[in-house]
Design a protein around this ligand. Structure first.
Ligand code: ZN
Length: 391
């Protein structure tokens, strides 16, 4: 009997990208090279032939985007969706370069949230999501934004603990108004549990915000939005969050939530190591205008801007991170490595995943985005597999 012959190419799959500008932690390399072996980035071997030569196309390769704050997309919601809906939203954002995503919920009853957390935790276990972020119900009625006021509650540490437990180890962040009764104790509890306490939807003073940070809060939920504005005699939470080295500030760079000059101001003030670009996306992201539900509330999306039908409050965004990134580097004057840090490395660090994702280094997951000369996505790879294959 003749021996069966197999080709060695079926055993390990190597992808070699050349001829693009590559953004590495050490700096930007023109005409760089990225080698992928299986699911991970491998050291380059200069003699190895390119599988994708991108020379002459003006392409830039950056690490896969990491979204800390995202409520859905593709017509599907993380708060109310089935497992299939959740995957639809995940795939929608993945095609826009978001290779790691935390699912955010909006205010619902504690029972409702506990049930949805159990569903989401299974998708975290499978690796489709990087965790759960509870935005509400422990927020201020004065700064409720697009959350149902009738379901808001004080952050009672027992309730916070029960909600985190319902997520079966998948809770990564809780946004709360720390000035409410139980707020500071809840921040301490979250810090003890290894869950990020995020200050947001808050009516806190400067002093109350400093107290929350001292108690362990490390993230500002969409800085500037759903909190008192910065005033020269009443600095409020914004100044406290911007000035403290322990805090990373989330920014929604869709041109609606923040004026470009305010984005630039926040970037300059906090520094690129303390900014996380997020979407705060809702179901309409990557889908289109129309009528949607945001938890129990009705939302109308017109020309990409989501507003509550009742009252007209901004209700999340329809942003995807590729657009946030393109705006940062083309409109807002953010340097390319700084934008990469804010959209990949910083959120990866907050999630405790810096050893696996957040930068293009050998040994890390092969999560990357290929952008063309206009910073439009032409390729997305996640764990070594093309989600969007470059032409
Ligand atoms: Zn949100």
């Amino acid at each position: 009997m003749a021996p069966v012959t197999t080709t060695s190419t079926t055993t390990t799959q190597r992808t070699v990208l050349t001829g693009a500008r590559v953004v590495l932690p050490s700096g930007v390399v023109e005409g760089g090279r990225i080698t992928v072996d299986g699911t991970r980035i491998a050291p380059n071997e200069q003699a190895e032939q390119a599988t994708h030569d991108l020379a002459g196309q003006g392409c830039t390769i950056v690490p896969g985007f990491v979204d800390l704050h995202n409520h859905g997309g593709g017509g599907a919601s993380f708060t109310s969706g089935t497992a299939e809906d959740v995957l639809t939203a995940v795939r929608t954002h993945r095609a826009h370069g978001t290779t790691t995503l935390v699912a955010s919920t909006v205010t619902e009853s504690l029972d409702f949230l506990a049930k949805q957390a159990a569903l989401l935790s299974e998708l975290v276990e499978q690796g489709d999501l990087a965790g759960i972020h509870f935005e509400g119900p422990f927020i201020s009625p004065c700064r409720k934004g697009a959350h149902d006021e009738s379901l808001l509650r004080h952050p009672d540490p027992a309730d916070v603990r029960a909600l985190v437990a319902a997520a079966r180890g998948a809770a990564r962040m809780v946004t709360l108004a720390a000035e409410l009764p139980g707020g500071i104790d809840s921040v301490r509890l979250l810090a003890d549990l290894g869950v990020i306490a995020a200050v947001g939807h808050t009516d806190a003073t400067y002093e109350q915000t400093v107290e929350a940070i001292d108690a362990g809060a490390t993230v500002a939920t969409h800085l500037f939005n759903a909190m008192p504005p910065l005033q020269h005699r009443e600095p409020g939470p914004i100044a406290a969050l911007l000035e403290d080295e322990r805090v990373t500030v989330e920014l929604i760079n869709d041109g609606t939530h923040l004026h470009p000059s305010v984005l630039e101001l926040a970037f300059g003030s906090a520094g690129p190591a303390r900014v996380a670009l997020i979407t705060d996306a809702m179901d309409a992201a990557g889908f289109g205008d129309g009528l949607y539900d945001l938890g129990p509330l009705k939302v109308e999306v017109r020309q990409g801007v989501a507003r509550l039908v009742e009252g007209g409050s901004i209700a999340g965004s329809t942003l995807t991170l590729d657009t946030a990134f393109k705006r940062a580097v083309t409109l807002d004057g953010i340097a390319l490595p700084d934008a990469v840090q804010a959209i990949s490395a910083n959120p990866a660090r907050l999630l405790g995943l810096s050893d696996r994702i957040g930068s293009l280094e050998p040994g890390k997951d092969a999560d990357l985005v290929v952008l063309d000369g206009d910073y439009e996505v032409v390729g997305v790879m996640r764990k070594g597999e093309w989600v969007v294959r470059p032409a």
